[in-house]
Design a protein around this ligand. Structure first.
Ligand SMILES: *[C@@H]1O[C@H](CO)[C@@H](O)[C@H](O)[C@H]1NC(C)=O
Ligand SMILES: *[C@@H]1O[C@H](CO)[C@@H](O)[C@H](O)[C@H]1NC(C)=O
Ligand SMILES: *[C@@H]1O[C@H](CO)[C@@H](O)[C@H](O)[C@H]1NC(C)=O
Ligand SMILES: *[C@@H]1O[C@H](CO)[C@@H](O)[C@H](O)[C@H]1NC(C)=O
Length: 504
């Protein structure tokens, strides 16, 4: 056979197969839709391989943007934006060339393309990104430009002072109910020289009022953690809240890092139920300073977590922190920990570490661990979580010295002496209602599910009760003009709302 004939036959066969698969087969199959969807994604994957990056437009959500007149690690007039981007915007999202125009009071402007850092792990459509660049002196306007289209984006200043040298960034709270855990954490942190930065999406109203009292005393800073909503939603865009890893905890750690970047000596990134008590030192500052002194090449230290047996008390006056923490009952194994860092060493952060810190600069601490208050026994003495029970044992060598917790207990008693505290404390719930519901949802949705799904608590069934009202974050949601390839969304005027309910 001649080469030409072979080519013709080959071409004909391919064309026939193509037409057959596209026009003939689908109508015959019962699940033709499924077939066409698969075919579509195959086509897109093929096009990506052959022609480069996908041509589809995507949406991005800007969480916050900061402007630093001077930053020790980001340089002068630096900009840093925390945002969620669709991972399909580019095959390698860190190659995305965002165009920013920064303008100042005298009308001077610079065009910059920020460096893109990606801090995400799970297989979710939206990933946590930091975009940072050096802008202009006294910037008063920031725009994103794509082709002929421009949109202005709001920005703010990072914090200019830290309430304590050690800032404890707490991952966002939703349907928060376990106020006893907050009380323990707030007092331990305060006595050992830490300040809590608490992100909240939703929280029981009585618990919120309690946190506000602690905020007045300077123990905690409350911050809004938003749901992601597109004012102008694009129909074919994935829903951001259910398609982001753990409700974008990495976005919260990154945002907290950027807020305190220039003013904190150390930052820890933990959950509310992971509390650290220094061992062998009188403060967090001293313990962390000693770590950095003895390991000068390490950038981030990870403290493992170990569950501690814990019984909740129905009223705040019953809480005894010496009794609660100075006993030897611990879980029989450790879990993946959380880290402490000097903010100058990091520009972005994930949940358990930063992907920009190489393994040889990452060290797991072995002299101390985080006390994990994961599954407190309820006030009636019953386990609210009766499945997947953790085994506990007596570990005399891990027990904390009572003398370490006595000042913390005295600090609690002093605070409880004030009438404003007594008033809010009397409103707190004595039993857990939402906690077992949320725990079970997480368990069913994630811990039992396949590893390649996007882990988060979206879609949890949360039965509302009028006797347990919640405060929920809210804001004005804004969408920029349709842009190619990325349309940006953001929010303004964050506020607390009593009208939304106890939802994630
Ligand atoms: C605006 O930026 C230019 C260039 O950096 C600078 O020379 C000028 O002083 C700035 N204007 C103000 C009002 O800061
Ligand atoms: C507990 O603390 C007291 C007072 O600081 C000290 O005398 C004692 O040795 C400590 N015990 C242990 C086991 O560290
Ligand atoms: C609580 O207040 C009472 C009366 O004002 C006072 O006598 C007591 O010492 C206070 N207790 C603490 C722990 O501050
Ligand atoms: C939102 O969409 C509507 C209708 O397509 C359009 O008129 C409006 O300008 C859009 N708003 C923004 C902020 O893009």
């Amino acid at each position: 056979m001649e080469l030409k004939t072979m080519k013709i036959i080959c071409f004909t066969v391919i064309c026939t197969l193509y037409l057959l698969s596209f026009f003939i087969v689908p109508p015959i199959f019962e699940d033709a839709d499924q077939y066409l969807i698969q075919y579509d994604s195959f086509k897109r994957a093929l096009a990506e391989k052959v022609f480069g990056d996908p041509l589809t437009n995507t949406d991005a959500y800007i969480v916050n943007t900061y402007y630093y007149p001077k930053s020790k690690s980001l340089g002068e007039n630096a900009l840093a934006m925390v945002l969620l981007m669709n991972r399909n915007t580019m095959r390698d999202i860190t190659k995305y060339k965002m165009q920013l125009v920064a303008t100042n009071g005298s009308g001077d402007s610079v065009k910059v393309t920020p460096k893109i850092l990606k801090e995400a792990y799970a297989n979710c459509a939206y990933i946590n990104i930091v975009a940072h660049a050096q802008g202009i002196e006294n910037m008063n306007k920031l725009e994103i430009v794509e082709g002929e289209t421009r949109m202005e984006i709001p920005f703010r200043s990072p914090r200019t002072s830290a309430p304590a040298p050690v800032i404890i960034c707490i991952s966002p709270q939703f349907v928060a109910e376990q106020w006893q855990i907050f009380v323990s954490h707030a007092h331990i942190a305060h006595v050992y020289g830490g300040h809590l930065h608490l992100y909240v999406t939703s929280i029981l109203e009585s618990y919120f009022d309690l946190v506000k009292e602690y905020e007045k005393l300077g123990y905690v800073t409350l911050d809004f953690w938003m749901r992601y909503k597109f004012q102008n939603s694009t129909l074919d865009s994935p829903e951001p809240n259910s398609n982001v890893e753990w409700r974008n905890q990495a976005g919260a750690t990154t945002d907290c890092l950027l807020q305190y970047k220039e003013v904190a000596s150390f930052i820890t990134f933990v959950d509310l139920d992971d509390v650290l008590v220094p061992r062998g030192f009188d403060s967090y500052f001293d313990e962390f300073s000693s770590l950095y002194y003895f390991y000068p090449n390490i950038l981030t230290f990870q403290y493992p977590k170990r569950e501690i047996m814990l019984h909740n008390k129905p009223t705040i006056h019953d809480i005894n922190l010496v009794e609660q923490f100075s006993h030897p009952w611990f879980g029989t194994y450790e879990d993946t920990g959380k880290i402490v860092a000097r903010p100058i060493d990091l520009n972005s952060m994930w949940i358990h570490r930063s992907f920009y810190v190489p393994d040889k600069k990452f060290h797991v601490v072995n002299h101390n661990f985080l006390l994990h208050m994961q599954r407190p026994v309820d006030t009636n003495g019953q386990d609210p979580i009766t499945y997947e029970m953790r085994s506990f044992a007596i570990f005399k060598n891990l027990k904390l010295n009572e003398s370490v917790l006595e000042p913390v207990q005295r600090n609690l008693e002093r605070v409880l002496n004030s009438t404003s505290f007594q008033k809010v404390a009397s409103q707190l719930p004595t039993h857990a209602y939402y906690f077992p519901i949320m725990y079970r949802c997480y368990y069913e949705k994630y811990y039992k599910s396949l590893d390649n799904t996007c882990p988060n608590g979206e879609g949890c069934l949360i039965p509302q009760r009028s006797d347990f009202p919640c405060i929920h974050s809210d804001a004005d949601y804004k969408s920029g003009p349709l842009m190619t390839p990325v349309t940006f969304h953001y929010h303004e005027n964050p506020r607390w709302s009593k009208d939304i309910g106890c939802y994630t």
